[in-house]
Write a protein that binds this ligand. Structure first.
Ligand SMILES: Nc1nc(=O)c2nc(CNc3ccc(C(=O)N[C@@H](CCC(=O)O)C(=O)O)cc3)cnc2[nH]1
Length: 227
């Protein structure tokens, strides 16, 4: 098993070099305070409309509804604070980070609730990583990109979760609590469920799906009988 990808931080813009406890993390990032890749300062900034983290403006097509913004804050907390994304760390060829996350299997519920709570939100871009007009110092819609409701830009939950951050996430049909998908939201009273998920994918490969393994195990007696 590739133990080396467990309990680590990516080499990106604001991440600590190693995970560790943080006395106090702000608001929605508190879930990670026992072991985090973010500092207290980063966790506070994750809640600001115009934070210094990326100078990114959620309100580029008018004010983002509060219930939608909560999901973006939670995404920022997971992205900046989680020490359990190691199996999905990949090289990034951008000026602002050396490493990124790719195809993190997001739980169905986390993706679908994010999409549902953002139905009244508006945006002009499908990929929020690239192609903005930054001349004012923050991201504004580029010429020719119309502000439209999320449901037109992201027709299905998978479109939102996968496309918005250049495939950081992969939509899955795996459920919260099943140990096979990463949760953006969890109850810290029961520990961090993503620890076991990272362990599972570190052992079985980040593209592991349970089905082919089950088939192999079922066929194993037949294969042995042939010998
Ligand atoms: N889940 C998740 N994954 C992420 O990768 C992620 N990334 C951010 C960071 N967001 C951003 C957004 C835009 C730019 C930006 O400067 N875009 C420029 C291009 C920069 C470049 O690629 O060199 C642009 O053209 O708009 C940087 C970071 C925030 N939350 C995330 N959340």
């Amino acid at each position: 098993a590739k133990e080396s990808v467990l309990n680590m931080c990516m080499d990106a813009k604001h991440h600590k070099t190693k995970p560790g406890p943080e006395g106090a993390l702000h608001g929605q990032c508190v879930l990670w305070k026992d072991n985090a890749c973010c500092t207290a300062n980063t966790s506070t900034e994750a809640h600001q409309d115009q934070s210094y983290l990326y100078n990114f403006n959620w309100n580029h097509c008018g004010v983002m509804p509060e219930k939608c913004k909560q999901h973006f804050i939670q995404d920022t907390c997971l992205y900046e604070c989680s020490p359990n994304l190691g199996p999905w760390i990949d090289q990034a060829d951008t000026s602002w980070r050396r490493e990124r996350i790719l195809n993190v299997p997001l739980c169905k519920e986390d993706c679908e609730l994010w999409w549902e709570d953002c139905q009244d939100a508006v945006t002009c871009k499908e990929n929020w990583h690239k192609g903005w007009n930054w001349t004012s110092g923050t991201n504004r819609c580029p010429r020719g990109f119309m502000c439209q409701p999320f449901k037109y830009v992201f027709p299905r939950p998978a479109d939102l979760c996968e496309k918005i951050w250049s495939n950081s996430y992969k939509y899955t049909t795996e459920h919260r609590g099943g140990g096979r998908c990463i949760q953006m939201w969890f109850d810290p009273a029961n520990g961090n469920p993503n620890v076991a998920v990272a362990k599972y994918y570190a052992q079985n490969g980040r593209d592991a799906s349970p089905a082919p393994r089950a088939v192999l195990l079922l066929l194993l007696p037949a294969l042995l009988a042939l010998l």
